[in-house]
Design a protein around this ligand. Structure first.
Ligand SMILES: [Fe+2]
Ligand SMILES: [Fe+2]
Length: 288
C-alpha cells in the first residue's frame, strides 16, 4: 500500500474525529473580512458549551488578558476572528481525541504535554520575531504531531512497530516510520487538518515539521513550527537545550542563531506559560 492509498483508506474510517461544525462555519465567515462581529458571536453563542470554553480560555492565566472578558462579543472584538477560531480549534482538538488512550509508547497526556510545549514555544518565537501571528503558531504547534494520535488509535500495530523500532535503533519516531508505515505521522496529520478544512498554511506546517524546505509557500511559518519542535525535543533530552546546529537545515540554524541568545534560557523563560497551558488544557474538567 502506498501513501495515497493509505490516506484514502483513512478517509473511509467512519469514526475518525471531526471538529465541531462551528469551526467550519467560522472558517467560511473568516474568508470575508466584512463579516459583522455580531454574526460571528451569534454562531459561537449557539453552542453554549463552546462559548463557555472560549470565555474560560480568554479569561485564563494562560491568555493573559487583564480585564475580565464577560461575553463572546467582547472576546471577538478584543481578540479578532482569527484568534477566536484558533481558540476554538485548540479547545476542541484536545477534547476530540481520547485522552485516555494508552498504548505502549503512547500516553495521551504526555502526547498533549509535548504538543502544548511546542505550541507555547512556537507562539513565543513568533512574538519575538513577528513573523506570523502568535496564535496561528500556537495552533500549528498544538497540531503538529496530531497524526501520531491517529496512528496510535487506528493503527495500533503499526504504531507499536514504529515505536519499538525507534527504541531499538535509538532513532527518532519519524525516522523509524520510514519503511514501516505507508504514511508517516506528518502526512497523516496534514491530511486530517485538510479534511477539517483548516487553513492551507497550517496543513503545510504539519506536513513539513520534520522536513522543512526553504521553497515551501509559507516557509517562515513552517520554520517556526519546525524549530519549536526541535527546541522542545532537545530540552527534553537535556535542560541546557544544546542543539546540534550542524545537523539542521541552514535556515533553521540561521533562525536559531539570529533569534535566540541561548536556547536554554529562552526555553526556561517559557516554563511558567507551559505550566499554565497544561493546567488549562489538561487538568480534568479544565477546558470542559
Ligand atoms: Fe513529529
Ligand atoms: Fe513533535
Amino acid at each position: 500500500m502506498n501513501e495515497t492509498e493509505f490516506l484514502e483508506r483513512l478517509d473511509r474510517i467512519r469514526d475518525i474525529p471531526t471538529l465541531p461544525s462551528i469551526v467550519l462555519e467560522l472558517n467560511r465567515l473568516l474568508q470575508d473580512p466584512d463579516t459583522p462581529v455580531a454574526r460571528v458571536s451569534q454562531i459561537i453563542e449557539r453552542d453554549q458549551a463552546i462559548a463557555l470554553k472560549i470565555l474560560k480560555l480568554v479569561n485564563s492565566a494562560f491568555y493573559g488578558v487583564r480585564s475580565k472578558v464577560a461575553d463572546i462579543r467582547s472576546a471577538v472584538i478584543m481578540l479578532g476572528f482569527n484568534a477566536v477560531r484558533n481558540a476554538i480549534v485548540s479547545v476542541s482538538v484536545i477534547e476530540t481525541f481520547s485522552r485516555r488512550l494508552r498504548l505502549e509508547g503512547f500516553d495521551a497526556t504526555d502526547f498533549w504535554k509535548h504538543s502544548l510545549a511546542v505550541a507555547v514555544t512556537a507562539k513565543a518565537l513568533s512574538a519575538r520575531t513577528r513573523l506570523n501571528s502568535p496564535d496561528n503558531c500556537f495552533v500549528g504547534g498544538l497540531l503538529h504531531d496530531v497524526g501520531k494520535v491517529i496512528l496510535a488509535q487506528y493503527y495500533p500495530e503499526l504504531f507499536a512497530a514504529v515505536w519499538s523500532a525507534s527504541r531499538e535503533e535509538g532513532s527518532a519516531f519519524h525516522e523509524a516510520e520510514r519503511g514501516r508505515t505507508p504514511a508517516g505521522h506528518a502526512a497523516i496529520g496534514a491530511h486530517l487538518a485538510a479534511r477539517w478544512q483548516l487553513p492551507r498554511g497550517l496543513v503545510e506546517a504539519i506536513r513539513s515539521h520534520h522536513d522543512y524546505r526553504a521553497e515551501l509557500e509559507n516557509a517562515e511559518f513552517c520554520l517556526m513550527i519546525h524549530v519549536a519542535n526541535l527546541l522542545v525535543n532537545s530540552y527534553d533530552r537535556n535542560p541546557d537545550c544544546v542543539i546540534d546546529l550542524a545537523a539542521l537545515h541552514p535556515d533553521a540554524r540561521k533562525f536559531i542563531l539570529g533569534t535566540l541568545q541561548r536556547a536554554g534560557d529562552f526555553y526556561a523563560e517559557l516554563a511558567e506559560e507551559i505550566e499554565n497551558a497544561y493546567a488549562f488544557f489538561l487538568s480534568p474538567g479544565a477546558a470542559r
